[in-house]
Design a binder for this molecule. Structure first.
Ligand SMILES: [Zn+2]
Length: 391
């Protein structure tokens, strides 16, 4: 049976495919030009989900935006003879699916959402609200309590850890006019924290609020201590060639630096661990732990998704150095359990961008762009138990 949204259905263009992994499910979102009628069903041996879009088409080939996913293997699509468009999601194992359409909201257009629920990872069923209804009076106090727990779960704020790079004896990069990276990124970090704290359902934690030196892993520790849902490290870029400009967004690479420039950058940022006189062998245990957990694909996929949204935001306000999310081995991104991104806000070595970096109104633009990226990401994928997820 064809399922339509709000009773209306037209022919639609399938514009893009997005994927949001969570521990118990993977959410697949199709961005559409309008409402569609669709059928979604699972097929076994081999495991797959088939989605037929009535009177629809896709101009561009649909590709999986994530490199690795626990449930998704690949996507295939084809136009069918009856004018419908078929998308097949090849899976690693059988799943249960839930599907629904969403209308335009918060900068998003029409969407079809398919949740792939991993039955092995699905959370246990909540205690039933109605459970105590017909029981003896003696047990009612207990069931009343249960009922309250179910109907009024304690919701928490999303925590965003904001890390102003460098600090103290480590000034970071500097510009011709003497602007120091550690100062501008602290100023931007404070503004971003204020903006996040003014956003309902969100709370910011700064790794440093003053001009102090902080070893890289200490920054991750602070984020973890506050149970951060997201870690954002702010930096300003430097290069020998002073005409190089634009912002970049990094996530941790799986196999080290992805390009020569990225490797150069990674070395520069990592060097801070030694500047502070921190001996690596004292942190061996954490390092080991971090390396083992690098395989946590869900966190890496989440990092890539949020990085993409932030990069989109930055693209709206000015030049980006690299139009795609970059991968590098920055130590500060190595939290195995917190989606983490590093933003090179601009090139401090470019005189034009150096002026921008110290300009409060440009700082505000940067903050707005980053904030926009974060909220867009969380509007799609808010961790369970947060006020934003409940909305
Ligand atoms: Zn830096």
């Amino acid at each position: 049976m064809w399922v339509s949204f709000a009773g209306k259905a037209f022919s639609a263009e399938i514009e893009r495919l997005r994927v949001w992994p969570a521990p118990d499910k993977t959410r697949v979102v199709f961005d559409l030009s309008g409402n569609v009628e669709y059928k979604a069903f699972t097929v076994d041996n081999p495991s797959r989900v088939v989605i037929d879009f009535k009177n629809s088409n896709a101009q561009k080939e649909l590709v999986l935006p994530v490199r690795k996913n626990r449930l998704l293997k690949r996507v295939r699509s084809a136009k069918k003879q009856n004018k419908s468009f078929r998308v097949v999601l090849d899976l690693r194992r059988n799943v249960k699916i839930k599907s629904f359409q969403l209308g335009p909201a918060e900068n998003k257009g029409h969407r079809l959402v398919i949740d792939l629920i991993d039955p092995r990872m699905a959370p246990q069923a909540e205690p039933q609200v109605a459970q105590g209804k017909k029981k003896k009076p003696a047990k009612q106090t207990v069931s009343k309590k249960k009922k309250q727990q179910v109907s009024e779960p304690i919701l928490r704020d999303l925590v965003v850890a904001i890390d102003a790079g460098h600090g103290g004896k480590d000034p970071g990069a500097s510009g011709k006019r003497g602007t120091r990276e550690k100062d501008v990124v602290l100023s931007i970090a404070k503004k971003l924290a204020r903006k996040i704290n003014n956003t309902p359902g969100m709370r910011a934690v700064l790794t440093r609020e003053r001009d102090i030196f902080l070893p890289l892993r200490k920054r991750i520790e602070i984020a973890r201590r506050h149970n951060a849902d997201l870690f954002i490290s702010l930096h300003a870029d430097a290069f020998r060639n002073h005409t190089v400009q634009g912002s970049s967004v990094y996530v941790l690479s799986e196999h080290g630096a992805s390009s020569e420039a990225a490797r150069w950058l990674a070395e520069k940022e990592n060097a801070a661990d030694f500047i502070g006189g921190v001996k690596l062998h004292t942190e061996d245990k954490l390092l080991k732990e971090v390396l083992i957990d690098l395989s946590q694909n869900a966190v890496m996929d989440a990092s890539t998704n949020v990085a993409r949204e932030v990069l989109n935001g930055l693209q709206r306000i000015g030049k980006v150095h690299k139009p795609t999310v970059q991968h590098a081995g920055f130590v500060v991104l190595k939290a195995p359990d917190i989606p983490s991104i590093l933003i090179e806000t601009a090139f401090i070595t470019n005189p034009k961008e150096e002026r921008k970096l110290i300009n409060p109104s440009h700082q505000k633009k940067l903050v707005d762009a980053i904030h926009r990226g974060i909220t867009r990401y969380f509007s799609e994928y808010a961790p369970p138990g947060t006020r934003l997820a409940a909305r």
